[in-house]
Design a protein around this ligand. Structure first.
Ligand code: FE2
Ligand code: FE2
Length: 191
């Protein structure tokens, strides 16, 4: 009988874990779990920035994550989570300024993410080590730093406020939209 791992692995220890779809029934937990995976992405990118030999596995993992998963996460926030927060938060929450900062960072992440992805795709094509060039190391490190700061703000400010302000109905609707975006049947909400 298989045993589940008691605690998550340290960041960057073994790539990016898959996410369990059942978590979507508890959408704020789902966002926290997604942020953990983004931190694993940052750890992997940091590792790549230091590699001086060509290993296609982790490079392809980062390329795929930036191409397919990161954009969906930004859409989850921009089209669903942030509008819900704008609707439900009180003036005293002062959430508008934070959401403005995060939306600007989404655009910056998208641009730098494209630079990083293009660079890593070129590494795959030419069988080059990502840490072999100064520009590559600089862009990889900049992306990881920027993304970690963004995740910290969302985890420390946005998700705790969402837990306070979103209603059970909001969370059920959010769960449905997360599932629909991924072509899945809606799950029974538990949060
Ligand atoms: Fe996020
Ligand atoms: Fe975000």
């Amino acid at each position: 009988m298989s045993r589940e791992r008691a605690s998550p692995p340290p960041e960057a220890d073994g790539g990016i874990e898959p996410i369990s779809s059942y978590l979507m029934a508890s959408p704020l937990d789902f966002f926290f779990a997604e942020h953990f995976r983004h931190r694993q992405l940052c750890g992997l990118i940091d590792q790549l920035s230091k590699t001086t030999f060509f290993d296609p596995g982790p490079i392809a993992e980062v390329v795929d994550f930036l191409r397919f998963e990161a954009p969906i996460h930004i859409i989850d926030e921009e089209e669903d989570l942030f509008p819900l927060l704008r609707r439900r938060c009180l003036a005293e929450d002062e959430v508008e300024g934070v959401l403005g900062v995060l939306s600007a960072e989404h655009k910056a992440d998208g641009l730098l993410g494209k630079v990083v992805r293009t660079y890593l795709e070129r590494c795959l094509e030419t069988r080059a080590a990502p840490g072999a060039t100064h520009e590559g190391r600089r862009d990889l490190a900049a992306f990881a730093t920027q993304e970690r700061r963004h995740l910290a703000l969302e985890n420390a400010v946005v998700l705790p406020i969402a837990r306070q302000r979103l209603t059970a109905e909001d969370l059920a609707g959010l769960a449905r939209r997360l599932a629909a975006r991924r072509g899945m049947a809606p799950a029974e909400t538990s949060t």
